[in-house]
Design a protein around this ligand. Structure first.
Ligand SMILES: [Ca+2]
Ligand SMILES: [Ca+2]
Length: 343
């Protein structure tokens, strides 16, 4: 529960006014230890409204430098460039240089983000540890269904990786002497780099990128930063931000009801445990619950699964701030809502 509370502590809404077009829907700068935000599950559960971040190592390879704090998935790191260490402090980094040569498969996945209309924009920064020699690449992927790995079918940005070294005789750092995969080549235009003692190894500075999320208007989305380089070095991402219209009623449809389901939520007010007592007159598939605060922000979510007949589930609402909340059950696009008080 701690991770969810911390996540929402970081989600700052610019103004209490409704339907603002430039609200912060998600922001993470990784300056404080981000581990409390990450789910401890090894794999995302395929939820549609998950509030946790996920950090997944699918390559299972042993990174070089593991004894120096380099993790197998994305790991918390100082920014690579000296000037970025001052401005952006910490970031998330990932390794593609392994004890045995191979391809990195590291996924950094955001919580669900509500995209109300065409105003939403995703922005982030990224930097390679070095460029052009052993330049790391990555992809930005979007899912508009669940946070399952297979659901990230949209590729909205590709950063190139180095595919082939320059001839050994060329130590000038001449980008034309290297072969890169398709995509944006960090450092090629001579900006967002910090020189080192080697002209082949410019240090990457965190460079800003953005992408319109207009195509996802009306949906909840997840964003994945997929580090997929083959045998390079390190990549970093930072300052992950989604701005757009905030609508506390988004995703709620009180007019629709789940046929044949009755719900009692008690005690009300609740101190620590909120008991959900359900009776389903027919077999229900994949019932999920979501709890929103008075402004409509999603603060808790979970799965009740298949339900028939009587069913009870206790939900730990202890970490929630005192106030009025909305409990919503959903099944196949239908919903059932009820208010309760946390004291
Ligand atoms: Ca890995
Ligand atoms: Ca940072």
């Amino acid at each position: 529960m701690k991770k969810i509370v911390l996540f929402f502590a970081s989600l700052s809404l610019a103004s209490p006014a409704l339907f603002c077009q430039n609200d912060t829907l998600l922001y993470m700068n990784f300056n404080a230890d981000p581990s409390p935000y990450f789910s401890t599950e090894a794999y995302p559960p395929g939820n549609s409204y998950d509030t946790a971040w996920y950090n997944i190592d699918l390559d299972m390879l042993t990174p070089e430098g593991a004894s120096n704090g380099i993790g197998p998935a994305w790991f918390w790191s100082l920014a690579f460039a000296d000037s970025d260490t001052l401005e952006f402090v910490n970031c998330m980094a990932a390794r593609s240089w392994f004890v045995e040569i191979g391809q990195a498969k590291n996924y950094l996945i955001t919580p669900a983000i509500p995209i109300v209309d065409a105003n939403a924009v995703l922005s982030w920064r990224s930097a390679p540890f070095q460029t052009p020699r052993y330049l790391d690449g990555y992809k930005v992927l979007i899912s508009s269904t669940t946070n399952d790995i297979e659901a990230f079918t949209d590729t909205v940005f590709v950063a190139a990786e180095m595919l082939q070294l320059a001839p050994a005789s060329d130590t000038s750092g001449n980008y034309a002497a290297y072969v890169f995969s398709p995509g944006f080549v960090h450092g090629l235009d001579g900006t967002y780099i910090e020189p080192t003692s080697s002209a082949m190894r410019n240090r990457g500075k965190l460079r800003p990128f953005s992408h319109s999320l207009a195509a996802y208007a009306g949906k909840f989305i997840f964003v994945a930063f997929y580090h997929d380089s083959y045998d390079d070095n390190l990549i970093s991402v930072d300052e992950i931000l989604v701005t757009g219209t905030y609508d506390p009623t988004f995703g709620m449809d009180s007019a629709e009801q789940i046929q044949g389901l009755s719900l009692r939520a008690y005690p009300n007010p609740a101190d620590r445990w909120l008991m959900l007592e359900l009776f389903a007159a027919r077999a229900l598939d994949d019932v999920q619950y979501h709890i929103m605060d008075a402004s409509g922000k999603l603060v808790l979510a979970g799965t009740l699964g298949k339900i028939q007949g009587t069913f009870q589930k206790s939900v730990d609402v202890g970490p929630l701030a005192p106030g009025l909340y909305l409990l919503r059950l959903t099944e196949n696009g239908h919903s059932l809502t009820q208010k309760f008080m946390k004291r």
